[in-house]
Design a protein around this ligand. Structure first.
Ligand SMILES: [Zn+2]
Length: 208
């Protein structure tokens, strides 16, 4: 995609989009609370209410993640269907529509590591049509009976359970649960996790 000229409407729109996405990071899904910035989020994670809520989630984190994932998928599909019918739309463009709802379930509370992974999953399962297009990935709602979807889901669920396939390491939610536990054990001593501290190991440039 060509870079938008500085100062142009497109440039400003891109900047605002980036800012909107940045804000999404400071959202606590468990408490459904949007914080203004990193500091606000930090304050929030130290609050008694948050720690208590995270401990509760920590009793059964899989359940919470599955609930958020299902809800995310349901809302995503519902909006895709009602807004665009069977029209093919840009994945990123549509995601901007989805997140316009302040109460939306946030991507990083689901089991999918990224929007792309989520889209690939939907394509793989035949839940919607996903293709590489001129504007990157494109999604298209497929008119299919709810029964068929449910059936496919049940089969997948059984397979997943059989495999014990749960890879939630490195996920924000799990990190928060762990830290909340620590905070509950020794209050006042713990540095609380921030999304910016996602376990991406900074690597030095390889020597050539
Ligand atoms: Zn919270």
């Amino acid at each position: 995609m060509p870079k938008a000229e500085v100062g142009s409407t497109k440039y400003l729109a891109n900047k605002m989009k980036a800012k909107g996405l940045q804000r999404l990071r400071w959202y606590c899904q468990t408490c459904e609370k949007q914080c203004r910035d990193e500091n606000g989020f930090k304050q929030h994670t130290m609050s008694e209410g948050h720690v208590r809520a995270m401990l509760l989630v920590g009793e059964d984190p899989r359940k919470a993640i599955n609930e958020y994932s299902n809800q995310f998928k349901r809302d995503f599909l519902r909006l895709l269907k009602t807004s665009h019918g069977e029209k093919k739309v840009s994945l990123n463009g549509f995601y901007q529509e989805y997140i316009r709802d302040k109460e939306h379930v946030h991507m990083n509370s689901t089991k999918w590591p990224s929007l792309t992974e989520f889209a690939k999953y939907m394509g793989r399962e035949g839940i919607c049509r996903v293709e590489e297009g001129d504007r990157g990935l494109e999604v298209q709602w497929v008119d299919d009976s709810a029964e068929a979807i449910q059936r496919r889901e049940d089969i997948k669920k059984k397979e997943r359970l059989a495999k014990g396939d749960e890879s939630m390491e490195s996920r924000l939610l799990e990190q928060q649960i762990r830290k909340a536990r620590e905070a509950a054990e020794k209050p006042g001593k713990v540095e609380l996790p921030l999304p910016s501290q996602a376990p991406e190991v900074a690597k030095a440039e390889p020597v050539k």
